[in-house]
Design a protein. Sequence first.
Length: 268
Amino acid sequence: MIGEDTRHEVTEIKAIRGTESKKITSMQQEGWELVTQEKGGLRTTMTFRRPKPKPPWRLWAALGGVGVILVGIMTVGALVEGDSDASTTDAVAASNVEQSTPQPAPEPEADPSSSVDPMICDTTGLFSDPRKFGQTAIYSKKVRSGEVKLEITVGAPVEFTLSENAIIAYDLPPQPVSVYFPITVKNTSPDLAVSMIHTQATNAEQGEYDVREVSDGDVDAFAISEVMRLPMGETLSIKEGWNMATLEGIEYRVKINGLSGYTIKFTR
């Protein structure tokens, strides 16, 4: 009988003889209907049935809809994750390719100072450092007589031997060392160069009053004065001679236009 009625649910209950009515009442209160009752020696077997509860279709429909939505979300998520993984893989692969591909080294920027000639020095500052022998000092200054612009190069001193015709300032006896400085001066002023120029050599032992001018052949102690008559754009090259006790600490100074001008010092 249990399998005959698909619209009811069926159950069997065994009760001790004499308690059947109490059990039947209890089951009926729960919605069960007594179908059969078989009495045994000590126990009675009773069969009950009751209609199967109707399924909550709305609940199942809602749950089904939620399930469909969840399945859709999971599917989309899987697809997106797959695409993301593929994109990440592609990006990593591209990055690895870029890293493995040697990149051309950036060209070093040109150093502005590398284009500056170390042998040319600007002396327009009030207290510029001494120039080295062989460097060209760029002198530029405005004075009452006009603008003065000169390019002055003083080479390292060159020793020479005095001849019998050598002339030492003040007819003093010669000292152990005689030298000349190869000097080149170019006038880049708008007009005549300077109104006054004075030069002086010194060393570690002697000041300007002990080191004397000397002239001997093409070595001329006073040829620098020609600068004051040097036309615009012209260059003067001379050998200026000096007689002294030692070359130790030798220096050479060029003083231009007196107090209104400037002094340029050349050293080793």
